[in-house]
Design a protein around this ligand. Structure first.
Ligand SMILES: *[C@@H]1O[C@H](CO)[C@@H](O)[C@H](O)[C@H]1NC(C)=O
Ligand SMILES: *[C@@H]1O[C@H](CO)[C@@H](O)[C@H](O)[C@H]1NC(C)=O
Ligand SMILES: *[C@@H]1O[C@H](CO)[C@@H](O)[C@H](O)[C@H]1NC(C)=O
Ligand SMILES: *[C@@H]1O[C@H](CO)[C@@H](O)[C@H](O)[C@H]1NC(C)=O
Ligand SMILES: *[C@@H]1O[C@H](CO)[C@@H](O)[C@H](O)[C@H]1NC(C)=O
Ligand SMILES: *[C@@H]1O[C@H](CO)[C@@H](O)[C@H](O)[C@H]1NC(C)=O
Ligand SMILES: *[C@@H]1O[C@H](CO)[C@@H](O)[C@H](O)[C@H]1NC(C)=O
Ligand SMILES: *[C@@H]1O[C@H](CO)[C@@H](O)[C@H](O)[C@H]1NC(C)=O
Length: 566
């Protein structure tokens, strides 16, 4: 029997759309404080998800819908953010203080977000109340759809490896120390480095160390994220090379490395082939810009274990680059390039999206430093310290056009205020314009900045002051696209982003103290078209809080159009 070609195309189309639209993934998370985990061997509260630290893997594929029903069993409000997931047209699910009311203790709330047009390695973490210092983080994988080739052979297995610095004690005590600005600098030096929540191999106080079992001859993908609060680290595996293949949703030009610098908030995939003698080998993460030689707990240590291992770990730890050798780090950063011919979420080669000849619509020069406000040390951008308000900016946009919550465009995007002050910093990003963000680090730390809602093109790194002439040094040919970029001590990093995603988008330092005490602002990308295909309406389970705490939302007509305020 003949089937009409129309009917066939309908069937094929249906199949195509089923795949292209992704599936629904339902997760239920019970978030709690647990003092039995003792990652440092000491009593302290740790945030677990379903009893796990780190939390469970979110294993999605491009365009899947992830439903996460979060039950907050902490004793304080909670939000999760999905670092690097772009929340296309949907900043309502971004899970930062400017977009969502917190989930109150004893209640639950369901996030629903789509991994729209994305692939890659990411992680999630609690975004408010300094809770990231207590855990609550976990890995996110977004796999390629079957129809789109991955630019390397399928590895034997994949391992998620979350590495981060860690502090002893109760995060609430550290938080209140921060707020009162006690030991703001001293409080910045962590006590340990954990790998997947476990202390270093051989550490007498840790209950366990992390170990990965491999078979000789096979190749493995490690998805490494820096989930810490302060330290960048150098990652390496004794006697093994690694091939860099992906970072935060972009396939890189594949380069072979002895070691890899990973900065706070960043994620990378490397391929490691078990091509050495059957044995055990050290996996090391040592801090950058810090001398850890006197403190073994500040070097993360786990084990690459061959399934038929003839010998124990031996020899000294593999040495990495000098932690103070910034040139090494900058050169490596510049060698992380986009593979222009690889497809990613879509079949188009990544190089189809070309920044070599774009016209910039906006340029922000963002000087990140410390200032004093009413005698309190605070982290400031252009001398403004972000003031976290109870009413989410996005909610106030929707209901009252922002009025009474913030004043649009008061934050200085190029100049530095002559007085340090607090501000609810929200700036307009021009819809479908190209923006240049120049992060200028005036502090003596390796900083790291993140933009929600977009992947940005990392076009340049430099020392000292940025000037317009610095643009002549940019790599506009094959800059990597990612969501978090490091900024070297007293240096600058320049990125470009195409603002095609309307919403209220968080820009933050990924360094927890800096973020908590003011290194943050929002970019509001507005599209006047009310068609929900342009930007999603708020979810049905929208929470109210702050000035809307007692409002009946059904009585309130959403603001018809744009907005402003302060
Ligand atoms: C993740 O999902 C992919 C695609 O459905 C599947 O092949 C893989 O086995 C899953 N991995 C884990 C660890 O669940
Ligand atoms: C809370 O969880 C229940 C299921 O246990 C679910 O039906 C409900 O929608 C959740 N509430 C919210 C606001 O997501
Ligand atoms: C880039 O991706 C292509 C297509 O998948 C692949 O064949 C090629 O080896 C990659 N090039 C580099 C330098 O990684
Ligand atoms: C690190 O400190 C040790 C002493 O703890 C010292 O011997 C070494 O020279 C220092 N290294 C660097 C790079 O400063
Ligand atoms: C990007 O565009 C420029 C012209 O605007 C062109 O010369 C260049 O070849 C393009 N690059 C790629 C990788 O297509
Ligand atoms: C680059 O852009 C300018 C103006 O936007 C345009 O006139 C010119 O033709 C472009 N060049 C290429 C090679 O695309
Ligand atoms: C930033 O504010 C402080 C006062 O807190 C002031 O001393 C300083 O000069 C300001 N910076 C600039 C560049 O104006
Ligand atoms: C919202 O605020 C913006 C900026 O102040 C203003 O241009 C716009 O007219 C306001 N819209 C409404 C409906 O009040």
């Amino acid at each position: 029997m003949a089937v009409s070609s129309n009917r066939w195309s309908a069937i094929l189309l249906a199949i195509f759309f089923t795949t292209a639209n992704g599936i629904d993934i339902f997760l239920e998370w019970n978030v709690a404080l647990d003092s039995t985990i003792k990652p440092a061997g000491l009593d302290q509260p740790v945030i677990t998800i379903n009893g796990m630290f780190p939390g469970p893997l979110i294993n999605a594929t491009t365009n899947d819908f992830v439903h996460v029903n979060v039950f907050n069993n902490l004793d304080e409000p909670l939000l999760f953010t999905w670092n690097g997931i772009q929340q296309r047209l949907n900043s309502w699910q971004d899970g930062v203080s400017g977009t969502n009311c917190p989930i109150l203790p004893g209640t639950n709330w369901t996030y629903v977000f789509q991994t729209k047009d994305q692939i890659g390695s990411f992680f999630y973490f609690p975004s408010i109340n300094y809770q990231k210092a207590a855990g609550g983080f976990g890995p996110i994988r977004v796999n390629n759809r079957n129809v789109i080739a991955v630019p390397f052979l399928k590895p034997e297995a994949e391992f998620d490896l979350l590495i981060g610095d860690w502090f002893y004690g109760d995060y609430k005590k550290r938080r209140s120390m921060m707020e009162r600005s006690l030991d703001i600098n001293d409080g910045g030096v962590p006590n340990m480095i954990l790998m997947n929540g476990k202390g270093p191999y051989g550490d007498p106080m840790s209950k366990a160390y992390e170990s990965f079992t491999v078979t000789k001859g096979m190749t493995y993908r490690f998805r490494i994220s820096n989930v810490g609060s302060a330290f960048s680290f150098n990652f390496r595996i004794q006697n093994h090379k690694m091939v860099l293949v992906e970072t935060e949703g972009s396939y890189t030009n594949q380069i072979t490395l002895d070691s890899l610098d990973v900065h706070v908030g960043q994620s990378y995939s490397v391929l490691v082939t078990a091509d050495q003698d059957d044995s055990d080998y050290f996996i090391v993460a040592s801090p950058k810009w810090f001398n850890s030689s006197a403190s073994t707990r500040l070097v993360g240590l786990s084990v690459l274990h061959y399934s038929i291992s003839n010998s124990q770990l031996t020899g000294p730890l593999p040495t990495g680059p000098d932690p103070f050798d910034l040139e090494f780090s900058v050169n490596q950063a510049k060698s992380v390039r986009w593979n222009l011919t690889a497809g990613a979420a879509r079949p188009n080669p990544q190089g189809t999206f070309n920044v070599s000849n774009i016209s910039l619509t906006q340029s922000f020069q963002l000087h990140a430093s410390m200032g004093a406000i009413n005698g309190q040390p605070r982290y400031v951008v252009n001398n403004v310290s972000y003031l976290t308000v109870e009413t989410p900016l996005k909610l106030s946009d929707h209901l009252v056009n922002g009025s009474g919550v913030y004043e649009l465009d008061r934050f200085p995007t190029q100049t530095v205020n002559s007085e340090a002050s607090y501000g609810v910093s929200v700036v307009s990003g021009i819809h479908k314009g190209w923006i240049e963000l120049v992060f200028i680090n005036q502090l003596d730390v390796i900083d790291s900045w993140h933009l929600d809602g977009f992947g940005f093109y990392v076009v340049g790194f430099g020392n000292g002051e940025w000037t317009e002439e610095s643009r002549s040094t940019y790599n506009l040919y094959d800059p990597i696209v990612r969501a978090t970029a490091q900024v070297y001590p007293r240096g600058w990093t320049a990125v470009y982003a195409f603002l095609d995603n309307p919403g209220m988008w968080n820009v933050r330092s990924q360094l927890l103290n800096n973020w908590y005490l003011g290194h943050e602002f929002y970019v509001r990308v507005f599209n006047a078209d009310p068609n929900p295909a342009k930007e999603r309406p708020p979810p049905e389970n929208l929470l109210l809080c702050g000035i809307f705490h007692d409002s009946d939302v059904s009585d309130m007509a959403p603001a018809p159009a744009p907005m402003s305020g302060w």
